[in-house]
Design a protein around this ligand. Structure first.
Ligand code: SAM
Length: 326
């Protein structure tokens, strides 16, 4: 992209009051840069990490390393053996909301799971007894299973269902529900990928509608006292702050929870706690994240229905343990 389009200029005016912030944002999208890759250790970190490590960021968990640019951790034998999972720092940022969840939950439900990065981050951060990973698009289930299996998450159950089914079959069943929502993907531009039509109002509206639908179903699956994490990799307020504002209005038993680790990234576009990573920070291509708590009456142990084990057994695909290397 050489020059910002009119739609991008309009978005920048919506996001920033100051000219210098707007200019830095536009520059980051028009001239993509290389961002650090992160590795999430799934096995104990070896004494000698075979990569050059960049300094840790305040919201980076101890079991994540931020690598210096221009390294290829995906091609190292440790990757093949499942020692770590590679992802971008923006994903680590979004998942930093888990740091504000005080107790390890019984069950984590990831409604938009493929290829599996956030599920694995949730597993490391929260150590749940049950990890339920759903991907609605059938052809993406294979990579989800492959990643969970390679990384040793063999306790996970994988589903290929519309989120509505979880609302019906697993009411109030999960201590933590994760919605890493499909979105217009505007942050992809900051790393040089394409995202056709990502600033078009029709695309933004369509995504916001789909995000609200997924979240409406997600709210039904959160146990009393449990948490709902919502995140995207796009910048439009219509898909971020406004979706969360809609959720808080529509489901008043939910409240937005502050995440101290992300205090420096608080969004100025909402009156409730939620967080943004901007591409001009140089730390990652960008993202939005918010943590909501179901403050409805009761607790996980007093949920209205017992967990539907029959559904889990019938629809959950088991991950078979990886064969150890010879
Ligand atoms: N959480 C994943 C990770 O960290 O590896 C990335 C998820 S990606 C941002 C969004 C996912 O939502 C995609 O896998 C996409 O197939 C899925 N998706 C698309 N439409 C959906 C819908 N209507 N309901 C639930 N998930 C949907």
């Amino acid at each position: 992209m050489g020059q910002p389009s009119n739609l991008l200029l309009k978005l920048s005016r919506q996001l920033f009051a100051e000219d210098c912030d707007r200019a830095a944002f536009l520059e980051a999208l028009v001239h993509p840069q290389l961002f650090s890759t992160a590795i999430v250790w799934m096995q104990p970190r070896p004494k000698q990490v075979p990569f050059a490590i960049a300094s840790a960021l305040p919201w980076q968990p101890a079991w994540v390393d931020r690598l210096r640019t221009n390294q290829r951790p995906g091609q190292h034998p440790l990757h093949q053996s499942g020692a770590y999972y590679c992802l971008d720092m923006a994903s680590v940022f979004s998942a930093a909301v888990f740091s504000a969840i005080p107790t390890p939950g019984e069950a984590v439900l990831d409604l938009c799971a493929a290829p599996g990065g956030k599920s694995l981050l949730a597993r490391q951060a929260l150590g749940p007894k049950h990890l339920w990973c759903n991907e609605v698009i059938r052809k993406r289930v294979k990579i989800l299973i492959a990643n969970l299996k390679r990384c040793g998450a063999t306790e996970a159950l994988v589903f290929n269902l519309d989120p509505q089914i979880f609302a019906e079959q697993l009411p109030q069943a999960a201590s933590v529900v994760l919605v890493d929502a499909p979105c217009s993907g505007q942050s992809l531009l900051a790393k040089g990928d394409s995202a056709p039509g990502c600033f078009h109002p029709v695309s933004i509206k369509k995504n916001a509608r789909r995000q609200r639908r997924i979240l409406a179903h997600a709210t039904q699956t959160v146990a009393p006292g449990g948490y709902l994490a919502y995140m995207t990799c796009t910048f439009s307020p219509e898909e971020n702050e406004r979706v969360v504002a809609w959720l808080l209005r529509t489901f008043p038993q939910f409240e937005a929870v502050p995440v101290p680790a992300l205090g420096d990234h608080a969004s100025s576009l909402a009156p409730f706690p939620c967080y943004r990573l901007w591409p001009q920070s140089g730390l990652g291509a960008g993202g939005f994240t918010a943590l909501l708590r179901n403050c409805g009456e009761g607790s996980e142990s007093t949920r209205s229905d017992p967990i539907n084990l029959e559904f889990l057994t019938a629809r959950g695909m088991k991950i078979h343990a990886p064969v150890p290397p010879a």
